[in-house]
Design a protein around this ligand. Structure first.
Ligand code: NAD
Ligand code: TYD
Length: 356
């Protein structure tokens, strides 16, 4: 079985990917994660006795550490999930986004290049550097615009999107300049179990369960294309195995929703699963001050990955959202762990000045 160095594997998508990779015996995994506020090792606790899973705490920006891990574990692939990933945080403190998303990815590419150049020809041909990116690099769509394709020009609007766009460009350059066998995936908004509750869906679920206001930015008509995290992880594995080197693949959920409709749907599920006789959860919905530069709409055209690799999303939004709400209801230990003091500070910082 191949070995992958997975970065950022203690975060939302990376951890879901590692759990699948080990449970389905896709890959042996070395997980390099800095353990920022967004991570939770509890998510991976079930792998503690797995001899083909190794966790290393560290920064992708640490060249010596990354080079050491490459020599030590001789991976056949690097899958780069590590990032600062939240748009609102990038607006309040963009510096860390440049540090990890741009400089960190650059360091990872440099260490990979030196490692890859020393491999045997056969190992060189097998090796892949898969970079996980976002649809936000393409900017914002109007309602009637066609969905983002792989050849849509980059037009990032937030510091987060700009930092991811920069990292994508470096990945592209390392393929074209050095021949490093890279793959890039640009996916839409993920949702599902184990997501840190600063992002819309888990934030709304947990606020509702606490009878707190459900903050909806602006008029709630911004549209996102929601992708179930397990569908995304399966797409990544497929791209890793069968993707054409140097190419990018868009991965989407074929599931565009206005934010206000997403929040209403979560409330309706909670009304069913945790009913209150005198109260509907939707009464907590609160329109608050908009995010600066808030992109209107994202939509992914994923016909390339469907045509070339045979992937399409399996989960529909009704079943995916139900599973997600059920997961948060059944995992209060995990939830309590991530809602530490630092999380409370974030809620104060982001929402205090957004009064409706
Ligand atoms: P996340 O914020 O939940 O997790 C990121 C992980 O990276 C955390 O465990 C964190 O500790 C780790 N990390 C951060 N900086 C690091 C560093 N310098 N060195 C090592 N580890 C570091 O993010 P996520 O939602 O799991 O996203 C994973 C990737 O997918 C990111 O690259 C993100 O840009 C991309 N993406 C996410 C979404 C989404 O909806 N969540 C959508 C499109 C693309
Ligand atoms: P988010 O989950 O932060 O993802 P992204 O900004 O990467 O798309 O936000 C999803 C959408 O929900 C986005 O349009 C902003 C909106 N949103 C709210 O309306 N209220 C909130 O409290 C949050 C966190 C997001």
């Amino acid at each position: 079985m191949f070995t992958a160095l997975v970065t950022g594997g203690a975060g939302f998508i990376g951890a879901n990917f590692i759990l699948l990779a080990r449970n389905k015996q896709w890959l042996n995994v070395v997980n390099l994660d800095k353990l920022t506020y967004a991570s939770n090792l509890q998510t991976l606790a079930e792998l503690q006795d797995d001899i083909n899973y190794h966790f290393v705490r560290g920064d992708i920006g640490n060249v010596e550490l990354v080079s050491y891990l490459l020599e030590q574990y001789q991976p056949d692939a690097i899958i780069n999930f590590a990032a600062e990933s939240h748009v609102d945080r990038s607006i309040l403190s963009p510096q860390e986004f440049i540090q990890t998303n741009v400089s960190g990815t650059f360091n990872l590419l440099e260490a990979s290049r030196f490692y890859w150049q020393k491999l045997s020809l056969q190992k060189q041909q097998q090796f892949r550097f898969l970079h996980v990116s976002t649809d936000e690099v393409y900017g914002s769509l109007n309602l009637k615009d066609p969905a983002f394709r792989e050849d849509t020009p980059y037009a990032p609007n937030s510091p987060y999107a700009a930092s991811k766009a920069a990292s994508d460009h470096f990945v592209r350059a390392y393929y074209h300049t050095y021949g490093l066998p890279t793959l890039t995936t640009n996916c839409s908004n993920n949702y599902g179990p184990r997501q840190f509750p600063e992002k819309l869906i888990p934030l709304i679920i947990l606020n509702a369960l606490d009878y707190k206001p459900l903050p909806i930015y602006g008029d709630g008509q911004n549209i996102r294309d929601w992708l179930y995290v397990i569908d995304h992880c399966e797409a990544i594995y497929l791209v890793l195995q069968q993707g054409k080197i140097g190419e990018t693949y868009n991965i989407g959920g074929l599931n565009e929703r206005a934010n206000v409709n997403v929040v209403e749907k979560i409330c309706a599920i909670l009304d069913e699963l945790v009913p209150k006789s005198d109260f509907n959860y939707s009464s907590l919905m609160t329109f608050v001050k908009d995010r600066p530069g808030h992109d209107k709409r994202y939509a992914i055209d994923c016909s390339k990955i469907k045509r070339d690799l045979g992937w399409q999303p399996q989960e529909n939004f009704d079943s995916g959202l139900l599973k997600t709400v059920q997961w948060y209801l059944s995992n209060s230990y995990w939830v309590n762990q991530v809602r530490s003091g630092a999380y409370k500070n974030w809620l104060k910082q982001n929402y205090e000045n957004r009064k409706s």
